[in-house]
Every structure is written in C-alpha cells, then in structure tokens.
Design a protein around this ligand. Structure first.
Ligand SMILES: O=C(O)CCC(=O)C(=O)O
Ligand SMILES: [Fe+2]
Length: 415
C-alpha cells in the first residue's frame, strides 16, 4: 500500500508512550496514511450503480475489502450531522449520574439505555467506558408464545430517551443519526454486492429480512421480516474515579479490549480530539485510527467475513484509554446487522468476480504467506446455518449485560 499525504491530524491526547507497552515500537503507523483505506462516498451514485463514477467507487471498495477491514469513508451525509451529535453526547454525559441512571439499561427488557462505567467486559477485563445503547424504535412483539420460544424476539421494542427538558433533542438527534447511518450501510451493501460480483439483493436480503420462504422458520415467518441494528454513544472518561465508581485496575488502559464487531458493517464516528482507536494489521501490529475531517470510519463485522468465506476480514480493533488525560473521549458507533429472522449461509467462493479474486491474491502475496495475526479467535461470533441470526445478537447481549438478565431473564438464562 502506498502511504499518502493526509491533512494534519489533531494531536491524540494519549501519546504513543501510552501504547508503547502493547506495541513493539514508539513509531506507531496510522491507518490514515494509507491511500487504499480512503474511499470517497460522493463517487457512489445510488440511482445509477453502474455509472463510471459508481464503478470507480466499487473498485476502491474492492481494494479495501481485501485489506484489514477498516477504511475511511469521505463525504457521507453524516458529516454535517457530526457537530450536533457530539454536542448531544457531551451534554448527555455531563448530566448528573442520577439523571443518566433514569434510563438505566437494567430497566429495559429490550437491552436499551445507559450502562454505567465499568459494567462491561471484554476478554474478562473491565472496559473503561460508559455508554447508551439504541436499536430500532419499534413496538415489542406481542405474540407471547412466540417470544417464549424465541427469546431474541425481546430485542424488538422502544429505546429509552431523556426528556427534552433534561437533555434537549436526545431522541431526535439519535434517531436521525441512526436512520442516516443505516442508509449508508445499505448503500455500502449494494456496492459490496457489485464488488463481489453477486446479484443485486443477494446480501441485502439478509439485512432486510425479506428472504425466500425456505430460508425462514415457518413459525417465525409469521412475523415477517425483522430487520435489526444497534447504535451506541460512548464515553471513555478520565479521572481516578468516575461517577463515584473506582477503577478496578488503576493502571488499566483498556477502553474497549481487542474484538471484532459481531454484525455486518460498523459506521463509526470517533472523537476528533482524543485518540485511542486502534486497528490490528495482519502482522499483529497496531495502527492508530485517528479521526480525519470530513470522513467517518467503516469496518467489516464478522457476518461479512462469514458470508464471504473470509475473503473479507472482520477488523480486529480496540480503544486504548488514557485515564490520566485531560479530556474525556467520545464516539458514536452504528452497527448494522442481519435481520433477526434470517439464516445465514456462506456464499460459494467460486462465485466471486475475477476482479475481487485478483485483488485478494495481490493482497495475499504482500502478507506473510497469507498469514493473519489477530488477538481475537477467528469466527468467535460467526452465524450458524442452523439457527436464525437473532440468536447471535441475543447471546452477545446476554453476555454483556448481566443486569438485564437478572431483572428479566433469570428463568431462561443460566449463569
Ligand atoms: O469507541 C470507538 O472508537 C470504538 C468502539 C468499538 O469498537 C465498539 O464499541 O465496538
Ligand atoms: Fe468495535
């Protein structure tokens, strides 16, 4: 990959020293310096995916698809919404913790709402962040017998928002971002279909849930398509204690531990001021992923890897936190997901376009014998062909949020 000049980056508040304990050298490379990982969304014309400009976008996407699974996407409609969104996030986390706790996730059987600092773990270690989780704003599913048989149907339901007089426009700003990020994910999915050389809708059907009858359980099929996605607004706070909560390990810098996102595509807006996001290169080294003005970050989740037989890799990434820094870090992450009702089956590799295969071979030849080093086991959250995808979302949420399980699901979830 040819490094490319990019606009000067704001200084990351965690200097390279704080990552030196986990990286081999002080000279950490930045993902932003590689031209292959910068895509221009304005080239993509949704009403004419076969135009020369759209094809140029698809070709760039193909190159990114055989990379480490992370890229910058410039010129999306999220850019103009960013300032308002980050203003909201800062206002929300500045509220007294008692106000934030009024939308505590432990009050939501649908796994929506605020998770206080230190409640979440990755690889058995406390993550140093607090966050609000959202998903589609929909009615709960009413058919009690079906919900009992398929507990993941509980994931459908309303979000929790703070009233306007406490935090102005919480609901409006979040739902608007959710819808816009979802549209970007849908457009990228169409472009991925073209990059792979598969028919229109072949991947999109897994997201919309409008799959052929044979792919759906008959009873579940009664409910129709059950599209799903999640979103988080996140804070990585500084300070020895946070909201009166002690850090369990004062020396820890684990904002969020190394992981691969479990879903389809992640559309991520990282802090412009405070660094810390890192992506793992194929040789195991960690690249910094700073915000670049006028872009958002996209990464592939594990279901893209699953469906493409690993020709596309889900990115291994983490956030290195700096509790001693002068500013809290904020980020906004949208995770598209296969619909709850669908069964995923990997595509036959021999169907991929010659262009994709040659891009993949070229990328392989530059790696250590095609070897991929990752701190996360391959396929830890892959879908299974014999169960609806809802189970993957359900298991992930049950594992991450024991408080919700204690409040609502003691009878069906064993420790
Ligand atoms: O906060 C970030 O920048 C990344 C968060 C992330 O990777 C996640 O929540 O899955
Ligand atoms: Fe992630």
């Amino acid at each position: 990959m040819a490094p490319v000049a990019v606009p000067a980056q704001p200084e990351a508040s965690h200097a390279s020293k704080s990552t030196a304990q986990t990286t081999a050298s002080d000279e950490q490379q930045s993902l932003s310096s590689f031209s292959d990982y910068h895509l221009d969304y304005r080239l993509w014309n949704p009403s004419d995916p076969t135009s020369a400009s759209s094809q140029q976008f698809v070709s760039a996407l193909r190159t990114a698809m055989v990379g480490i699974g992370f890229f910058y996407l410039h010129g999306t409609p999220l850019d103009v919404k960013r300032a308002e969104m980050f203003d909201l996030v800062e206002r929300f986390f500045a509220l007294p913790v008692e106000e934030r706790m009024k939308i505590d996730m432990d009050n939501s059987r649908h796994f929506r709402g605020y998770c206080k600092f230190g409640d979440e773990r990755t690889q058995a270690k406390q993550d140093l962040r607090d966050q609000v989780d959202y998903a589609p704003e929909v009615q709960p599913i009413q058919d009690a017998a079906l919900v009992e048989k398929w507990p993941f149907l509980n994931l459908y339901g309303p979000n929790q928002f703070v009233p306007d007089e406490v935090c102005r426009d919480h609901r409006r700003i979040v739902l608007d971002w959710f819808e816009t990020a979802n549209e970007v994910s849908n457009q990228l999915t169409r472009a991925i279909e073209l990059a792979l050389g598969v028919a229109e809708g072949e991947l999109a059907q897994f997201l919309t849930g409008n799959v052929g009858k044979e792919a759906v359980d008959a009873e579940l099929g009664k409910l129709g398509a059950l599209p799903y996605a999640r979103m988080k607004t996140i804070r990585y706070p500084t300070g020895d204690t946070v909201d009166g909560i002690e850090r369990s390990d004062p020396a820890s810098t684990q904002g969020v531990g190394a992981h691969k996102d479990s879903g389809w595509l992640t559309i991520l807006a990282p802090s412009a001021e405070v660094g810390g996001l890192e992506a793992q290169d194929f040789d195991g080294s960690w690249l910094s992923v700073p915000h670049v003005e006028g872009s958002i970050i996209v990464n592939f989740g594990q279901q893209v890897e699953f469906l493409t037989n690993s020709i596309v890799q889900a990115a291994t990434h983490r956030v290195v936190s700096n509790p001693a820094g002068s500013k809290d870090r904020y980020s906004v992450a949208f995770f598209s997901s296969p619909a709850l009702n669908v069964y995923l089956e990997a595509l036959e590799s021999d169907r991929f376009s010659p262009e994709l295969v040659s891009a993949w071979k070229a990328a392989q030849s530059k790696r250590n014998d095609g070897e991929i080093v990752s701190d996360v086991p391959k396929g830890d959250l892959f879908a299974r062909a014999d169960e609806p995808f809802g189970w993957i979302n359900w298991r992930g949420l049950v594992r991450s949020h024991p408080g919700v399980v204690r409040a609502f699901y003691r009878h069906i979830v064993q420790d």
